[in-house]
Design a protein around this ligand. Structure first.
Ligand code: MG
Length: 401
């Protein structure tokens, strides 16, 4: 029997890789049983969504023939129809389309790979329906982790992490019981400025910040990796996803990015998940969970890698990381402000308007001006997010950064 998959954000890098993974999984099933239809052998692409890249979306629709498609930028919907046309396809235009897909009956797994906070209402909707939700982008758990995990507990929804570190922890946690966990440790490559001093950070240019040693990613995530904001957001994500107090979460610098994260148990055993730095592996695990099957990821040969190194992160130079721990501890609206301020500041940095070091200065300034609210609704979280974005712009009016 096939599993029906919805991919929200199918034209982004995670979405495209997810379709590659599905192709490989289906082809290997067909190779074993030639009577199967390759497009529906094991995983049926039931719904897709994109924001504005309707050319690629149209290509994907022709190839995978989903029942439902959402184009969240309503202005692009007409263009999409002109590209695809034909009956038998239900088109949902505008941002609500994601929520409508999330609520569809008969979907087995929803892969949430929508960039930014835009996917948050759909994550909540899917969770409220008790679905299996594979979460690839950080914002739903960073901004609304408390709310999303609370609702998941009530509805019985399963949250499966796709972020490589969280997938690693999720996998390693299966070696013991929840009350046997001493702590979880997220690894980080350390970014391009590993080993830099505070003075070095003050002199970083845009071109330097855009070079990442291991992962090939978009500009926003590359900058987040350079400030280590990426890891800070992952600490917050982990805090909610694994219901782990901040004191039991650690970060370890590991430049080779082979050990994707670790779990330390009370007896002193440390269980880690290792693999090549390849997003297809955590995507596939979220789709096939709890099973493991042969896929497209190249296998790890440690003898070819030879040496793995580890070091402590420098929390003073990478202030974003220590702020991340504080924000994870604070809870409420703090993380929405933290994330929103970062997005606004990175945008300014990429536009050449502020210095690299100012990204974190601006985030810190927003956090210090914000009055944290607790037990909040989605609307209140989004309000805090919008306040922080606006606050960054206001700060820039008052002084140069
Ligand atoms: Mg990650």
């Amino acid at each position: 029997m096939s599993r029906r998959i919805a991919i929200l954000g199918s034209t982004g890098s995670v979405g495209r890789n997810a379709l590659r993974v599905i192709d490989a999984l289906n082809s290997s099933l067909v190779a074993r049983d030639s009577s199967l239809d390759v497009s529906k052998a094991g995983y049926e692409v039931y719904a897709l969504s994109a924001h504005s890249n309707v050319e690629l979306l149209a290509e994907q629709v022709r190839r995978y023939n989903p029942k439902f498609v959402a184009v969240t930028d309503a202005d692009c919907a007409g263009k999409f129809v002109a590209l695809v046309g034909g009956p038998g396809l239900e088109l949902l235009a505008g941002p609500l389309g994601l929520v409508q897909i999330a609520e569809l009956d008969g979907i087995d797994t929803i892969l949430m790979a929508v960039v930014g906070a835009a996917g948050l209402p759909a994550v909540l909707a899917a969770v409220r329906c008790g679905k299996r939700v594979a979460i690839a982008n950080k914002e739903p758990l960073v901004i609304a982790g408390e709310l999303v995990t609370k609702e998941a507990k009530e509805s019985g929804a399963e949250l499966l992490p796709v972020d490589s570190e969280h997938s690693a922890i999720f996998q390693a946690l299966q070696a013991g019981r929840a009350d046997e966990v001493e702590r979880i440790v997220l690894t980080t490559s350390g970014g391009p400025f590993r080993g830099a001093s505070a003075e070095d950070i003050q002199r970083v240019t845009l071109a330097e910040a855009l070079l990442h040693p291991v992962w090939d990613m978009g500009p926003k995530i590359t900058i987040d990796s350079a400030t280590m904001m990426n890891k800070a957001l992952e600490v917050i994500e982990a805090r909610w996803l694994f219901d782990m107090p901040t004191g039991k979460i650690g970060v370890l610098v590991h430049p080779e990015s082979i050990v994707h994260s670790l779990v330390e148990f009370v007896d002193g055993s440390v269980i880690a998940q290792l693999g090549r730095p390849d997003m297809c592996l955590p995507i596939q695990y979220a789709l096939t969970y709890p099973k493991r099957v042969r896929g497209i990821s190249e296998h790890l040969k440690l003898e070819e890698i030879g040496t793995l190194t580890f070091e402590k992160p420098d929390l003073e130079v990478f202030r974003a990381l220590s702020l991340g721990f504080e924000v994870a501890q604070t809870g409420g609206t703090a993380a929405a402000v933290f994330n929103g301020a970062n997005e606004a500041a990175v945008e300014q940095f990429l536009a050449g308007k502020i210095r690299f070091a100012s990204i974190v200065e601006l985030i810190e300034r927003c956090l210090s001006k914000h009055n944290v609210k607790r037990d909040v609704s989605l609307d209140e979280l989004l309000e805090a997010d919008a306040w922080a974005r606006n606050e960054v712009v206001e700060c820039l009016k008052q002084k140069a950064y």
